[in-house]
Design a protein around this ligand. Structure first.
Ligand SMILES: [Zn+2]
Length: 125
């Protein structure tokens, strides 16, 4: 792949990396206020309500965690792609070493498997 194209993909990846990092940041600052704090539920009034609140907070927390996990996975993939650009192996499938279709990279700049290997991987999941 020629240098200009790689440069374009690199910019896309860096932008994506920034966006994901910001998303994580926002997620963390929001979580501080919604996290369940048992201290605040000390002895006043309705115990049942507290349990229900605690349960829904736990649910939110779990949902946030899997979302966060997702973003962290993506960040890792973007980081790997940037490393491959440095190594000069960007655009090649990390499994079969075939050059990936440019359309695939345009859709998913951090793709590490060609479409064939990706399908193969999904069949075996
Ligand atoms: Zn492949």
């Amino acid at each position: 792949m020629d240098k200009n194209k790689i440069e374009t993909f690199k910019e896309k990846l860096l932008k994506e990396e920034r966006r994901l990092a910001e998303e994580l940041e926002t997620m963390h600052s929001e979580n501080v206020n919604t996290r369940f704090n048992p201290e605040e539920y000390g002895g006043d009034g309705n115990y049942e309500d507290h349990i229900a609140d605690a349960a829904s907070n736990t649910f939110d927390r779990e949902r946030d965690l899997s979302l966060e996990q997702n973003i962290q996975d993506l960040l890792a993939q973007v980081g790997d792609a940037l490393r491959r650009i440095k190594d000069g192996t960007y655009g090649r499938c990390t499994n079969c070493d075939k050059l990936m279709a440019e359309a695939r990279l345009r859709a998913i700049p951090y793709a590490d498997l060609c479409i064939d290997c990706k399908e193969e991987e999904e069949r075996h999941r």
